[in-house]
Design a protein around this ligand. Structure first.
Ligand code: ZN
Length: 411
């Protein structure tokens, strides 16, 4: 009863304070927490917090009981009083408040061990407000203890990278406001890749398509697009991986075109999407991986062997355990559908093998073989800008579907 009478006064007070903040002492005034939202998508649960302005947040997990903690600067909480009482998905409840001087905290209770799959802060269109989105995935208690256990800081990030001086490379992952898409045109420079029926090089075709894809993606304004090469230059497989990691790729797309012996070339057509696996899905995938992995050797780079086959396998198995491989599979599925509407796909359009360039620990990645340049008709078609833009639009469409799925629906 009393509260109800006080509320209008509080609102007036808040408005006065807010005005003073804007006019006088803005930096000293707290950002406001305006709204929270829980979204369940597949196995993951996304916690979202809308705030009046960008802040720095730190997110980590705790055990006994399992919790996710978000540390924020002094926030004025203007949330629905019922916020946090009802959970959803992996979240049973959450609470919030001032934790220490100039430090606010949100504690999310989870139904079991979880890992912080991603933490992003996006500026809302046409406003200074931002949305913090934290995607949680279930994990088992053993991996929780090993990886994201008690006290481990999972993510710290600045809300608006554009206004910040460039951070150091190590921290760059998960610090970006827009998803980073790395486009990787295969081969280049000294390494021509496959050579087509009309002597056109794979490196030329894939670069042309990559440049178109970059333009289409950049036009959406939704992604930060990076290219491992944007001209006819050799880049080692290792440096492609390093580039991806340094830029904090959220998605890595390697573009290639295939060639096979002339006697079978005339009746083999279509595109194939490859993802990483320790064991090739079939003989063709095996041969393809060997061919693509030989790029460095072709360029005269010493093969720094990762060790015995067994060691390579265990590295791969380690990578495969991570969530990354699920997202690679998700993207490959979307891409097959989307690309299939525009161009011919091979008989088995989704395959997997141990491609070096796909050995990424953080970025979901695929390698696209766009078609066979050993087939004269296909090669001619692939050289037309019409075909190239059709492919670029199809891949860009798949990228959008993929990221739409991964981020919660926006109001
Ligand atoms: Zn290739």
């Amino acid at each position: 009863m009393v509260r109800r009478r006080i509320e209008p006064l509080l609102n007036v007070f808040a408005a006065v304070v807010a005005t003073l903040c804007v006019l006088l002492v803005r930096p000293a005034c707290a950002a406001e927490a305006l709204e929270t939202h829980l979204t369940v998508t597949g196995r993951s649960t996304i916690f979202e917090l809308t705030m009046s302005e960008g802040v720095t947040a730190q997110v980590f997990t705790l055990a006994n009981p399992y919790r996710v903690v978000i540390d924020l600067p002094d926030l004025a909480f203007r949330l629905d009083p019922a916020a946090g009482q009802k959970g959803a998905g992996l979240v049973s409840a959450f609470r919030y408040g001032l934790f220490a001087a100039h430090k606010s905290r949100i504690v999310i209770d989870t139904r079991g061990p979880v890992k912080i799959h991603s933490a992003n802060m996006l500026r809302l269109k046409g406003s200074s407000a931002v949305k913090l989105a934290i995607q949680l995935m279930p994990t088992d208690s053993a991996s929780f203890g090993a990886g994201t256990g008690a006290g481990t800081r999972e993510a710290a990030f600045e809300p608006d990278a554009d206004n910040e001086p460039p951070g150091n490379a190590e921290e760059e992952h998960k610090t970006h406001a827009r998803p980073v898409v790395v486009i990787d045109p295969g081969h280049g420079g000294i390494d021509p890749g496959a050579i087509g029926a009309n002597s056109v090089n794979e490196k030329t075709i894939v670069l042309a398509i990559a440049l178109q894809l970059r333009d289409v993606l950049q036009k959406t304004g939704l992604y930060d697009v990076k290219m491992t090469r944007s001209q006819d230059v050799f880049v080692s497989l290792d440096n492609r991986l390093k580039f991806s990691r340094k830029n904090g790729a959220d998605l890595f797309i390697s573009l290639h075109a295939d060639s096979i012996e002339e006697k079978v070339a005339s009746n083999v057509r279509g595109a194939t999407i490859y993802t990483l696996s320790s064991k090739a899905s079939d003989r063709q995938a095996q041969i393809m991986a060997e061919k693509e992995n030989a790029s460095d050797l072709l360029a005269g780079i010493e093969n720094i062997d990762e060790g015995s086959d067994d060691q390579v396998k265990s590295i791969l198995i380690d990578l495969m355990k991570r969530e990354t491989s699920n997202f690679s599979a998700d993207f490959s599925q979307v891409l097959v559908k989307r690309l299939g509407k525009s161009i011919a796909m091979s008989r088995v359009p989704r395959r997997s093998a141990a491609f070096k360039v796909l050995k990424q620990t953080d970025a979901p990645s695929v390698l696209v073989e766009l078609g066979y340049i050993s087939n004269r008709a296909d090669e001619e078609q692939m050289l037309t800008s019409e075909w190239q833009s059709k492919v670029a639009s199809a891949i860009a469409g798949a990228v959008q579907i993929y990221f739409n799925k991964r981020t919660a629906a926006r109001p």
